[in-house]
Design a protein around this ligand. Structure first.
Ligand SMILES: Cc1cc2nc3c(=O)[nH]c(=O)nc-3n(C[C@H](O)[C@H](O)[C@H](O)COP(=O)(O)OP(=O)(O)OC[C@H]3O[C@@H](n4cnc5c(N)ncnc54)[C@H](O)[C@@H]3O)c2cc1C
Length: 409
């Protein structure tokens, strides 16, 4: 049976923009009336980018009695998007932002993860629910739902769409931000949450650039005619297919292969590369139409280093874009916002707070990137080696990869 449509048709949402305050001032007292570190100080904070990282940071700042302005170069919030797998540490972080119930309503619970060989042999089965018990539930959610929910949670943050930052410079103890429209404004802190191709990083850390990690990837959403009820991956020689159920009987599909096989990324190429994959992926691949709305990418990561400058800090993919195989990009982005807000609230000196933030995040990010690289190496290994390892040590490898992320922030 052919899927009826492969394109998500979701209603665009538009947040009513709050008027910009000319003084750019922040609420200096927490909503709960407790004295915050900003009790006597009014800070002007700019967040560049309204992705998961920027929105989560704004929410975390609000919850600690601070307020930021967000600028986003897109003209509107996303009206379509692919999906993300949120492991327990991501939902725990969303719980800390007071959003767990909403996430659970909008997502599909992932209680188990199964890895198959391309011939359909079960290599590993992990009870995800058990592994993450005590931390948070694991769910699949559309990126649009996640972004929409984070955005709707903001009460005092202003978001200006269609505004692009081109550069920032340190100026007499403040941060001057240069916008594409020629404006220059000063802030006490600039938070660069502008993604893997970050302008803020390029301008302030020019020695660092994203590196290709050797895979090309397709992502799309289709109808779940195939009875996929859990996170299911199928591994072939350097090629991976992954399917995850979404709410409303939809299915997220991810496929990757070596970069030199990716070619033009056409659906014909994808069908050709995965033609021999066994059930249940054989039907999914056979049913794909040429006009499927696929998101294509060459996977990239960033070297781990401190992305903190004078009154400047990078978060999310701008700071630590990583191989997606750990499913930690959104999780780390949300956690970044929470830890940053805590540091800013707890320390009187901005530079010290930013240094503390960097120190608190370094080990976790390093760990995720290291595990991601190991998994990518394993995926490139000969079939018999990889299958042997998954068959005999799969659950142990899973626990090892994630155990440190169970620790509280
Ligand atoms: C193939 C693939 C699969 C993935 N799967 C998962 C998964 O299952 N689970 C998971 O947790 N993570 C996953 N990730 C990672 C996750 O998507 C990212 O880590 C996360 O979305 C990063 O969010 P962000 O806000 O840091 O960046 P982005 O989402 O890139 O947001 C940055 C925002 O900044 C804006 N911007 C950029 N430059 C400027 C500028 N100069 N001025 C103003 N605005 C600007 C952009 O328009 C954008 O809206 C995956 C990634 C890939 C590539």
């Amino acid at each position: 049976m052919r899927p009826r449509t492969l394109v998500l048709h979701l209603q665009p949402f538009q947040r009513k923009l709050k008027p910009r305050r000319n003084d750019g001032g922040l609420t200096s007292m927490p909503a709960d009336g407790a004295k915050g570190r900003l009790g006597s100080q009014v800070l002007k904070i700019l967040i560049v980018g309204a992705g998961v990282a920027g929105l989560a940071a704004a929410r975390a700042l609000e919850m600690r009695g601070m307020r930021a302005d967000i600028v986003e170069r897109r003209n509107a919030p996303p009206t379509a998007g692919k999906s993300v797998f949120l492991l327990g540490n991501a939902t725990r972080a969303l719980g800390e932002l007071g959003l767990l119930e909403q996430v659970l309503r909008m997502s599909f619970p992932i209680k188990a993860q199964t890895i198959l060989s391309s011939r359909g042999r079960v290599l590993n089965h992990t009870e995800t629910e058990t592994e993450w018990a005590g931390c948070g539930p694991c769910v699949a959610i559309s990126r649009q739902s996640l972004v929409k929910m984070l955005q709707a949670s903001l009460e005092r943050t202003s978001i200006d769409f269609g505004v692009t930052v081109v550069h920032t410079t340190s100026r007499l103890g403040r941060r001057a931000v240069h916008f594409l429209d020629g404006r220059v404004e000063e802030y006490d802190i600039v938070i660069g949450a502008d993604g893997v191709r970050s302008t803020i990083r390029a301008a302030n850390f020019p020695q660092t650039a994203p590196r290709l990690i050797g895979f090309g990837a397709w992502r799309f959403v289709t109808d779940n005619y195939y009875g996929i009820d859990r996170w299911t991956a199928m591994l072939g020689a350097g090629r991976t297919l992954l399917a995850m159920p979404l709410p409303h009987s939809q299915l997220y599909l991810y496929a990757d292969c070596a970069q030199d096989e990716f070619g033009d990324g056409s659906i014909a190429t994808l069908k050709h590369l995965f033609a021999n994959f066994a059930h249940p992926f054989d039907d999914i691949i056979a049913d794909l139409d040429e006009d499927v709305d696929a998101h294509l990418a060459f996977l990239e990561d960033l070297p781990n280093q401190d992305y903190v400058g004078d009154r400047l800090v990078l978060i999310g993919d701008a700071a630590h874009a990583s191989s997606p195989n750990m499913a930690q990009g959104a999780a780390l982005a949300i956690e970044d916002g929470i830890v940053l807000a805590r540091c800013l609230r707890n320390d009187q000196a901005i530079e010290r707070a930013l240094a503390k933030f960097s120190e608190m995040r370094r080990r976790r990010v390093e760990w995720v990137q290291k595990q991601g690289r190991m998994r990518d190496r394993l995926r490139k290994a000969p079939d018999f080696v990889r299958n042997f390892l998954f068959l005999n040590f799969g659950t142990r490898l899973y626990r090892r990869a994630y155990r440190s992320l169970l620790e509280p922030l």
